[in-house]
Structure formats: structure tokens, C-alpha cells
Design a protein around this ligand. Structure first.
Ligand code: FDP
Length: 326
């Protein structure tokens, strides 16, 4: 009989190999439990037909679907009871959430249900998270951390049962859920060099609202690469990690209704863009914003800050970065 290595064993071995404490293991156990719990709600909710709008508006002024709120509360509950988190930042909460301010070691930034337009269809959504560590030796250094300071970042694609995580300087790894609800079978993700499988992923309806140089670049590339868009960052980025290419959500600068321009882009820096950028860099790729600045270098000024995002194979990201900087 063959037993696949589980994620928890994988992390245990990783911590032991690097002579580290078990605190990170306890934090990961909380995140895994939250993801499984959310997956359960998502599947049973879809079956019962109760994934509708909750009739509330979130801090970004968007409709909150009932699942977003449920996923947020589930995650907060597990993080709090882990006793390892000092502060958490959630897409669903305007303020930073204080947890164990004395004993907590980690800052956790998360979006518990990303890609909410897929919810009412029962299609894939993401649970994205980034983790930074408190400065235990020196002065307190706050929760606003650039992606380069993250210790780990990952995403669950719900309800497909895939989980991808990148560990600082130790690569990006994918796991699949088995019949016992364990994430198993670590597989190291490295972006393919061969451009045959590369894809481009962006919302084509926005194409003519991008800057002229980005539009021109797309026009040059569109016959070279396949095009895919699910509308949930985790699902779209999952494909890019496997196949190579680039996911982009550029700044909206040419909208026919100027009030609808999004000069800062749409996606959130701390719990969306920096999370996928971290995973991408550990898999050999890169990510930049609208000025061609590496996403992982951006120092956030606010936990809900937005950014434009170009993430994927290094060759394409370098190419677009050059154009954006010119
Ligand atoms: P959503 O608004 O549906 O929650 O940042 C959120 C996000 O989804 C990403 O997951 C997704 O990549 C993008 O926004 C989709 O935006 P568009 O609907 O504008 O394409």
C-alpha cells in the first residue's frame, strides 16, 4: 500500500530540516482547518442553493455574498484559537484585527473568498493568504509589510481541493485533497520555460480601457498565446503556474466613463497581488505593477491598498516591465 506525504508532514520535515520551532506548523494547521471548513460550507451551500447575496456592503463598497462573511468568520475563529497570530488583515474587515498581541508571532493577510462573482455559480473561488513574522528580538515592526518580507504565501482553490504554497527560499509546492480531506502529494511548481503552453489571462472586456502601450503589447501577443479567464485570481493564477504565461489586471486609464477609471488597479496588494507574486517568484517567475516596479518591493501604506498586477513567466513580465517603464 502506498501512502502519500501529507502537507502537515511536509511542513514538519521542513521546520525540522531548518531547525525551526513548531509555531508555524500550528498556524498552518489553523489555515488548513479554515480552508476545509470553508470548502464544506461552499459545497453544502451550493447543494442547498443558499449561496446568495447577504444584502450587506463590504468595506470596499461591494456587495458581500453570504459566503464571503462566513469564510471570514471561519478563518478568524481558527486563527484566533491558534494563539500564534498577533494581527490579521482580512478583505472583509476594514480595521486590522487584533489577536494575541503578547504571544502572537505572525501577521496574516487574507482574502477568505476571492472571485466572488463565481460564488452563485458554484464555480472555483480562492482563499489567499500571506504570512509575515513579528520581529521577536527588536522593536515592534507593525503589520504593513512588503511582500519580500513574507515568510510564506499560498492559496486554496475551493472547491477543487488544490492547495499551493510558497515558503521563503524553499520553492512553491502544490497539494491535492484526498478522500480523507488531507492535502497530500507535494509537487514542486516551476514555471515552464517552453512557451508552447503559455497563456494570457485578463478581462478582455477591459482591454480598450488599458493604457495604449499595454493595448499595443496585447495586440502583438494575441496570436502567439492562448487566452483564458475564469474571473477568480486563484483559479487563473493556478493555470499560469502550471502552464506559464501571464495573468494581468492592468490599471484602467481609458474608461469611456472617466469616473470608472481605476488608476491604482483593482486587486489588493497585501492579500492578493503580493501573495501570487511571492508564489510566482519562488516558482521562477516575477510580478510588477503599472510602473514596472516589482510587486514584492512595494511598501504598503494601507492594508487595503490596490495595485495593478502583471504576474507570470519572467520573460513576459520583464518585457511588459520595460514597456511600462519607458
Ligand atoms: P472578484 O471581484 O469577483 O472578487 O479581486 C477580486 C477579483 O474577483 C479577482 O479574484 C479576479 O481576478 C478579479 O477580481 C475579477 O475582476 P473582474 O470581474 O473585473 O474581471
Amino acid at each position: 500500500m502506498r501512502f502519500e506525504e501529507s502537507f502537515m508532514h511536509f511542513i514538519l520535515h521542513h521546520q525540522e530540516r531548518h531547525n525551526r520551532t513548531y509555531h508555524f506548523l500550528i498556524l498552518m494547521d489553523a489555515l488548513i482547518s479554515a480552508a476545509k471548513h470553508i470548502q464544506h460550507y461552499y459545497l453544502t451551500g451550493a447543494l442547498k442553493g443558499n449561496l446568495g447575496l447577504a444584502g450587506e456592503v463590504n468595506v470596499q463598497g461591494e456587495d458581500v455574498m453570504r459566503m464571503d462573511q462566513i469564510a471570514h468568520e471561519i478563518t478568524i475563529n481558527y486563527l484566533r484559537s491558534s494563539g500564534r497570530v498577533i494581527h490579521a488583515v482580512s478583505e472583509e474587515a476594514e480595521e486590522v484585527i487584533e489577536m494575541d498581541t503578547k504571544g502572537g508571532r505572525y501577521f496574516v493577510y487574507f482574502d477568505p473568498l476571492d472571485g466572488s462573482s463565481n460564488v452563485s455559480h458554484g464555480l472555483p473561488v480562492g482563499f489567499l493568504f500571506g504570512i509575515a513574522k513579528r520581529n521577536l528580538d527588536g522593536p515592534e515592526d507593525g503589520h504593513l509589510r512588503a511582500g519580500k518580507d513574507y515568510r510564506a504565501a499560498g492559496m486554496f482553490v475551493i472547491p477543487t481541493g488544490t492547495f499551493t504554497i510558497a515558503l521563503k527560499a524553499s520553492g512553491t509546492w502544490r497539494f491535492h485533497i484526498d478522500e480523507t480531506m488531507s492535502f497530500v502529494k507535494p509537487f514542486r511548481m516551476i514555471l515552464p520555460q517552453n512557451s508552447k503552453t503559455w497563456e494570457l489571462s485578463f478581462n478582455a472586456a477591459n482591454r480598450y480601457t488599458f493604457s495604449k502601450r499595454v493595448q499595443n503589447w496585447i495586440a502583438q501577443k494575441e496570436r502567439t498565446y492562448a487566452f483564458r479567464y475564469l474571473g477568480a485570481l486563484a483559479g487563473d493564477f493556478h493555470r499560469i503556474l502550471s502552464n506559464g504565461g501571464m495573468f494581468m489586471y492592468p490599471a484602467i486609464v481609458n474608461h469611456p466613463k472617466p469616473e470608472k477609471n481605476r488608476l491604482q488597479g483593482k486587486l489588493r496588494l497585501m492579500y492578493e497581488a503580493a501573495v501570487v507574486a511571492f508564489m510566482c517568484r519562488e516558482a521562477g517567475g516575477d510580478a510588477v505593477d503599472e510602473t514596472g516596479t516589482p510587486i514584492l518591493e512595494i511598501q504598503p501604506e494601507n492594508q487595503h491598498q490596490r495595485t495593478a498586477l502583471y504576474v507570470g513567466s519572467k520573460l513576459l513580465v520583464d518585457e511588459i516591465a520595460q514597456i511600462l517603464q519607458s
